[in-house]
Design a protein around this ligand. Sequence first.
Ligand code: PLP
Length: 393
Amino acid sequence: MVSKRMLGLGTARSVIRELFEYGNQRAAVIGRENVYDFSLGNPSVPAPDAVNETAIRILKEQPDLIHAYTSAQGAPDARQRFADSLNRRFGGDYTADQFYLTVGAAASLCCVFNGLTCPEDEFIVFAPYFPEYKVFIEGAGAKMVLIPPEIEHFQIDFDAFQKALNPHTKGVVVNSPNNPSGVVYSQETLERLSEILRQKEAEYGHPIYLISDEPYREIVFSGVKAPWIPHLYDDTIVCYSFSKSLSLPGERLGYVLVPGKVADSKEVYAAVAGAGRSLGYVNAPSLFQQVVSLCCDMTSDLSVYEHNCKLLVPALREMGFHVAEPGGAFYLFPRSLEPDDKAFSERAKQFDLLLVPGSGFGAPGHFRLAYCVQTEMIERALPKFKELADSYR
Ligand code: PLP
């Protein structure tokens, strides 16, 4: 006998995984270069050279110590560097003891949901959303309450949001720049969200935590402003990852930041650490705690994502696709050309375009296009998108 829930999670194949397998099979038949795979969110640019150089230097200089255990919450010097970096960039007063280092944003989120959840707690999530939120929130024993998408701009449907808030609301999750829409929440959206949350905190007499999942924080296009959310709302807990900004998804390094202004911040931090302990997420990889903290003011060359975006958006709009204005990350979330996004994704396969249906992100009638791919592949794919669009005329 095994856990039914875990068995289900372990055996269910995700739509993205299925597309990926299909792409491999198709590549074996027609050649990899003829499959236009826009399904995966794997960074397409390498990590900065300094990352590898730092890793090599540390391995040469400290071969005895670097593979040892660190404190469960991460090495103090690494945490201090992360605090210093945010203080320099955003003018905060963050300290090392507010950081809990983890294996990526996924683990950060799990530590936060598990650390916060009491019986009957709910977390509000806005569609379109990163589907793992449901797994993480339910895994922590809480309920996920999904707010339908505001499909014109993918900001927030505030009427639906206000109706969903209730005394069981423990937290609200935001992800900006967003996976899957690529949209950045405006200052106005975030201020309005913060104002509503402050009112509801006063009404219910308990904190409502804003969990800012921000692995794409650094991927923001020119002219777009991505506000630093803890400055707008005191009860913000930040979940960060270096998977995208430094192109290090396989090295698994991220953190939870519980700023001192957060209500009951010391207790919240201790609960996050306790969740890390109970989940086994202690001592993030030692070598990469050092490497990443020494390189945390750098990014990979992220300009290629904006370039790819500028190539795709006007071309797709010209073909008749509705595309909400993206501000960052490396995803687009256009409307599918028929209401059934799964049928649309199936039809796209006829043109060897691999596009993920939007239903899994809580927004049927759309599809996700991950453009963290080589630019020349996008150039070759545009005529295929045109053929797909023409097939609906
Ligand atoms: N949150 C969002 C919105 C993501 O898109 C991802 C990964 O794609 C994660 C969290 C998890 O990131 P990590 O690789 O840091 O665990």
